[in-house]
Ligand binder design. Sequence first.
Ligand code: GLY
Length: 302
Amino acid sequence: MVPLVVAHGGAGADGAHSAGCVVACRAAARALGAGASALEAAAAAVRVLEDDENFNAGRHSAVRLDGRTVQMDAGVADADGFGSVAGLEDVAHAVDVALAVRRSPHVMLAGAGAQAFARKLGLVSPTPLITPRRVEHARDALASLRDDPRWVHADVEAVWNFDTPPPAAVPPPTGDTVGAVVRDAQGKLAAAGSTGGTAWSLRGRVGDTPIFGAGFYASAHAALVATGIGEEIWRRMSCRAVHDGVAAGTPPMEAVVQYVRAHPAAWDVGLLCVTPAGWGAASNRNMAWAAMEGDRVVGRGG
Ligand code: GLY
C-alpha cells in the first residue's frame, strides 16, 4: 500500500501557508521510509508544524487573554491506544510529551503534573517560549473579543482568572492548531495534533485537541484530527462522529465535507481523515493543509 500523509496548519491559517504542510508531509514520509511507525510519522509531521511560525502551536502558540501566558495541548493516537497532554507551558514540542504519555500507564496528563512530566523528559525550555510576533498580536483591541462566539455575551471581569488584571488589548484571531494523519505501507493509521489553544482563552482552558474522540481519533477504520474552536468540537465529539460515518461506509472526503457544512457557521472547524482506502480534508474557514501519497502531493489548501 502506498503511504499517505495529510497535514494541516489550522482552521483560520492562510491557505498560502500550505507549503509548510507539504514540508510536514515530507518529514512524515521520510520517517516512514526510515522504518518509523505511522504514529511516529504523524508526530514527525506535527513537530515540523510546531516549528512553523505561521501556525498556532509549540513556540509559536497563541498568547492567552492576559497578553503574556501560553498553554499548549496535544494528542496522539493509533488503533492500539492514545496519549494526550493539557496545559503545558514553555514546551516547543508538546506532541513529544503526548507520545510519552501514550507509552505511560495513563492516557492523559494535565496541568502541574503534565508540566512535571515534560520537565522530567527534558522538554521544558528554561526560558519562556513566547515569540515577539505573538506578543505583538496580543496588542490588538479588546473589542475583537466579541467576534468569538464563546465571548459574545461573556462578562470578562467576572470570569477573569489570571494573576494580572485584564489588559486593554487582547490577542487577535490566529490559525488554530496543527495536526497530521498517516497511513503506512501496512495500512496502519495514526493521528497527532498540537495546539496553543485559542487566543481568547482563560487560564486553564482546555480545548478539543487533547480529547480523544473530539480533537483526534484513530482505529483500524480511520484516523482523524480536528481544528477550530474546541468548545464546539468537544461538545459534538467531532472526530468520533465522522469516524463512525466512515466506518459505516461513507467515503472520507464526503464525510468531512458533509460534517463541516453541517457545523454551525459561527464556529471554525476543520477536519482531516485518512482510511485504508483514501483521505479527506475540509474546513469552513481558510485552512493551510496538504496531502501526500508516496512522494506525490495529491492535494493542498490555498
Ligand atoms: N482547536 C484548538 C482549541 O480549541 O484549543
